[in-house]
Unconditional design. Structure first.
Length: 450
């Protein structure tokens, strides 16, 4: 860069600890969103996505160098940014298709046309990142280097992600390794080394720093309740990648337990998975909203509905056609998100271990004539343990949400909890009951080392 005397060159390697979705327009009938790709079919993560990630991570730290205030933010920027992030392209071993369903908040039923499908990248993939930071003096780069390592510590914790669906636990990264080098742009020899990349590199390590935007993480261990069935159903049959010949079974179920790919040592494996979105909706959002409505709180029903909180009612006195005030106080919108803003609670996927399945036939009867209406042949889980994480941002301002989440966890743990009160998946009127075995709380304290 013209006028700058030195540069910090950084190369990092991350691993996806959760699936990733970088949305791109889809021209296929059955997929609503596809993974962003290069022309030769590789996963592509552009430089602005990386810049945004590091900017958000740096905002959680205190006393960051002035250079970071312009990172990934082009409003009021003077000249060209001093951070140059390169786009990352990675060979796709395999991708997955994940179904989704928009649910009516108040009634818990599916909305018309609410089924959608998204393509995702399985967890376990290694993703490289390279970027450069230009400065006038080497002492500036020393302070930038320290902040970068603190920002990586934030990213490594899982509170910030890349791609979409932060609330559903997607796009979390784990730091694997990294190197850096500082070069003097006023010396021709260093410019040659910059081009050839042959000098001895220094190791790059995450460092805990002073945090000003705190968060809380809950680690939860749970199981399918004894004697119960559970299934997040899918019409896609399991794919055996080790057997090229399809197995011809006497009869296949109409619906299968949902499976998702996980990369282990670079090889894809299909495992039973409970998506974080399902856990977040069925176990927390639904029950917390029911409690608020019982207490007389005004809660928005769904997108497009008129909000009936006091602030929105007052705003409609001036603008009768207004559906929602800019400063709407609906707690569910603020906690779990809306079309206006992201929520502050995220739940990760849960991979089921020690799983057993069974294929069952069920009959749907007419309530009046007791005649058969439909015959179901479906796969269910009969046992399995799983773990997931809950992350809550800005906990100091949302103590009520913390209390509600902990109450739900405690009720699912207690031996005297209402039987079958907390359920997941299909056929929740008679199946899907789960029990929390234990949960632990990890909190980042402000003005202390993370």
């Amino acid at each position: 860069m013209i006028g700058k005397k030195c540069v910090l060159k950084v190369n990092l390697d991350f691993s996806l600890t959760t699936p990733l979705i970088i949305k791109s327009e889809s021209n296929e009938d059955y997929i609503d969103a596809k993974i962003d790709r290069t022309p030769d079919g590789k996963l592509y993560i552009n430089g602005y996505v990386w810049a945004s990630l590091f900017r958000r991570a740096a905002k959680r730290l205190k006393k960051v160098p002035h250079l970071f205030h312009k990172l990934g933010n082009y409003e009021g920027k003077e000249g060209v940014s001093l951070f140059w992030f390169e786009g990352s392209s990675v060979d796709l071993v395999i991708t997955d298709i994940r179904p989704g369903l928009n649910i009516h908040r108040r009634y818990g039923s599916a909305l018309d046309g609410a089924l959608y499908f998204e393509e995702i990248v399985p967890c376990g993939m290694r993703i490289p990142l390279s970027f450069k930071v230009f400065a006038d003096e080497f002492n500036e780069l020393e302070s930038v280097l320290k902040t970068l390592q603190e920002a990586i510590y934030i990213i490594d914790s899982g509170i910030e992600n890349i791609g979409g669906n932060w609330s559903y636990g997607l796009g979390r990264l784990k730091f694997v390794s990294g190197t850096y080098q500082m070069l003097d742009l006023s010396r021709d020899s260093d410019l040659e080394l910059l081009a050839e990349d042959k000098i001895l590199k220094n190791s790059f390590h995450p460092q805990a720093g002073k945090v000003q935007q705190v968060w809380i993480k809950y680690k939860v261990k749970a199981r399918i309740e004894k004697g119960q069935l559970l299934a997040i159903h899918s019409e896609l049959p399991p794919l055996d990648l080790t057997n090229q010949k399809a197995k011809l079974l006497p009869e296949e179920p109409d619906h299968y337990v949902f499976r998702s790919f996980v990369l282990e040592d670079g090889s894809p494996k299909q495992k039973f998975v409970l998506p974080g979105k399902i856990i977040r909706q069925a176990l927390f959002s639904q029950h917390i909203e029911r409690k608020l409505r019982t207490q007389g709180e005004h809660v928005c029903s769904l997108r497009g509905d008129k909000c009936t909180c006091a602030i929105c009612e007052q705003a409609r006195l001036e603008k009768p056609k207004l559906k929602k005030a800019p400063d709407c106080q609906c707690k569910i919108c603020r906690w779990f998100g809306s079309t206006d803003s992201r929520g502050i609670i995220a739940v990760t996927d849960a991979v089921i271990k020690n799983a057993s399945t069974v294929d069952l036939r069920r009959i749907q009867l007419c309530e009046h004539s007791m005649q058969n209406i439909n015959l179901f042949f479906e796969e269910y889980l009969t046992q399995g343990n799983f773990e997931f994480e809950i992350l809550i941002d800005q906990p100091k301002d949302n103590q009520e949400l913390l209390e509600n989440v902990e109450q739900v966890l405690e009720e699912m743990t207690a031996q005297n909890a209402p039987p079958g009160w907390y359920r997941l998946g299909n056929s929740t009127t008679c199946a899907g009951s789960i029990r929390v075995l234990e949960w632990n709380k990890e909190q980042v304290q402000e003005e202390e080392n993370a």
